[in-house]
Design a protein around this ligand. Structure first.
Ligand code: DAH
Length: 330
């Protein structure tokens, strides 16, 4: 191969060289532009050529050198630019998870409770949280100066002192009996308010479930059976349950229900109940000689705390997700 053929071959090598990485670029530089490059070797052959060919070879070598320089310059520019661009986002990387909320333990327990009564044929009823004196107290046999009002002191509206935040879901008993005639079989879950000091066991609001069953010949035995069924379903058959006499103005006879967890010697009160007072039926235009009924009311927080071993009621209202999340699968 003579020097000119060799020049032609070198040019095509320069054109076809791939300079995709820093290493390839450096090899290229050493080969064509370095201190001992192949162009110099080619140039050394010039003495083997005669006049016209010497000139041609000089031109070839110049062309190859220019091409090599230009190719190297462009490659380095591209490599540097690549280095500076941030890596494109990794499209295969999993996305950030959306934080999912969980149901509040009070909602979870409220639903467990209502489910049990729904199975017994009770329907769900609701009533207002801002209530007038008559529905919250008077119609429930607690006239204005009745001492029992003290037990459930609540918050009144400054602009209309006849209105208050209801202190009990018993107001729903009155609202339902006013507009619906027996048979009536409802439960009313909802929020109630009390003017109480906030401690580990009491708060200015909490939740109750009220029950009311009015029909002909409803008896205390019906009440007892309903409550025993509830305790067994909600707490479990291994819990002991006792019903002891008590007093509420809106029931006659009145009772309270205590439960005792297996292995414990402590009775814990969970609800008040009784036979609807004839005066309360009369206040709602229901004839007490024809109809009788039972009613019960219980808090939701206390059984929830018993069931899940929560020792401070305030935890339920702080909405700390680390606390709330524990009940996500309850
Ligand atoms: N309303 C009562 C309270 O808040 C609970 C209660 C007791 C409701 C007896 C009733 C009942 O329906 O019959 O303390």
């Amino acid at each position: 191969m003579d020097a000119l053929d060799r020049a032609r071959a070198l040019l095509s090598e320069v054109e076809q060289a791939k300079l995709a990485s820093a290493a390839e670029a450096e090899a290229f530089r050493l080969r064509f532009l370095g201190s001992k490059n192949e162009l110099k070797e080619l140039m050394a052959l010039i003495k083997t050529l005669s006049g016209e060919d010497k000139k041609k070879l000089g031109q070839w070598v110049n062309t190859i050198k220019q091409q090599a320089e230009e190719k190297y310059r462009q490659a380095m520019q591209q490599l540097r630019a690549l280095e500076e661009t941030p890596l494109p986002a990794d499209l295969t990387r999993p996305g950030w998870p959306h934080a999912l909320g969980s149901r509040h333990p009070v909602s979870v327990v409220r639903e467990q409770m209502t489910d049990i009564f729904l199975r017994l044929g009770f329907a769900i009823a609701t009533g207002p949280e801002i209530e007038d004196d008559w529905h919250n107290f008077t119609a429930l046999n607690m006239p204005e100066d009745h001492p029992a009002r003290d037990m459930t002191d609540t918050f009144y509206l400054r602009r209309n002192p006849d209105l208050m935040l209801r202190s009990q879901t018993s107001n729903v008993q009155i609202r339902i009996m006013q507009r619906q005639k027996p048979p009536i079989r409802i439960i009313a879950p909802g929020r109630v308010y009390r003017n109480e000091t906030i401690t580990y066991k009491s708060h200015v609001f909490f939740h109750q479930i009220e029950g009311l069953y009015v029909d002909e010949q409803v008896s205390f035995a019906d009440l007892k059976q309903t409550i025993l069924y509830f305790v067994r379903e909600f707490f479990g058959a291994d819990y002991a349950c006792r019903i002891r006499p008590s007093y509420f103005p809106f029931t006659e006879i009145s009772a309270e229900v205590d439960i005792r967890r297996p292995g414990s010697d402590q009775w814990l009160e969970i609800m008040g109940c009784g036979m609807v007072h004839p005066e309360v039926l009369r206040n709602c235009s229901i004839d007490p000689d024809r109809y009788s009924g039972f009613a019960f009311g219980m808090g939701i927080e206390r059984p929830a705390m018993l069931k899940y071993g929560i020792s401070d009621i305030r935890l339920l209202y702080e909405n700390d997700v680390r606390f709330l999340r524990q009940f996500a699968s309850a």
